[in-house]
Write a protein that binds this ligand. Structure first.
Ligand SMILES: C[S@@+](CC[C@H](N)C(=O)[O-])C[C@H]1O[C@@H](n2cnc3c(N)ncnc32)[C@H](O)[C@@H]1O
Length: 188
């Protein structure tokens, strides 16, 4: 059983993430993605970003932990949610204008990130874009069975350039100066 598949892990994450949200990232996304577009969020966790995305977009939230989905549904049962793994994204042929994640894809191995990115290309509408954030660095860490794969900007750029045009790839500060990277990609 994974860290996010038991209630202690879920509660621990919610406590730790208090005070953080993707508001600034979503402002950047809005420069590239028109209001009312359809957005699939991967790894929504407690749904803090999903709430913000919903102000502008037609959203579908997803996570591979049903605990997060059940928790979110308790208060907001009108929101479209799917149990999805970031690697396989079995969306029942549904496609979206944007696939968004905030600090999720670092839990995948490099190989699985590559698989996820090529699957994401298939679930994007034409002219669709991706928006993702990562922890910046060159470390690989494990915390209670969870993988934390850090990336440098160059490596991410190399990984995506075959399938996507890079619209923006920059560092930003989440907890410590320039500890994070956000990336905006357009399907080629
Ligand atoms: C660090 S939390 C981020 C949650 C949320 N995006 C936020 O910013 O608060 C990582 C989330 O990714 C989810 N996750 C981890 N691996 C995943 C995978 N392979 N597919 C889908 N979701 C995954 C976890 O269940 C968890 O909700």
């Amino acid at each position: 059983m994974g860290f996010y598949d038991n209630i202690n892990g879920v509660n621990q994450y919610i406590q730790m993430a208090k005070g953080y949200d993707g508001g600034k990232l979503i402002e950047i996304l809005r420069r590239y993605l028109p209001d009312k577009s359809t957005v699939l969020e991967i790894g929504m966790g407690p749904g803090v970003d999903l709430d913000i995305l919903q102000k502008y977009y037609t959203v579908t939230g997803s996570d591979n932990s049903s605990l997060f989905l059940e928790r979110y549904k308790k208060n907001k049962d009108h929101v479209d949610l799917m149990l999805l793994d970031a690697i396989t994204l079995q969306t029942d042929n549904r496609k979206f204008d944007c696939v968004y994640s905030n600090k999720v894809l670092h839990h995948l191995t490099r190989d699985n990130l590559k698989k996820s990115l090529s699957r994401q290309k298939e679930v994007l509408n034409s002219d669709g874009i991706l928006f993702h954030s990562f922890w910046k660095g060159s470390k690989t860490e494990n915390f209670e069975g969870l993988l934390f794969q850090y990336y440098e900007t160059k490596e991410l750029e190399n990984m995506v350039k075959e399938d996507y045009e890079v619209l923006e790839l920059k560092t930003y500060t989440e907890m410590e100066k320039d500890d994070s990277i956000h990336i905006v990609l357009k399907k080629k």
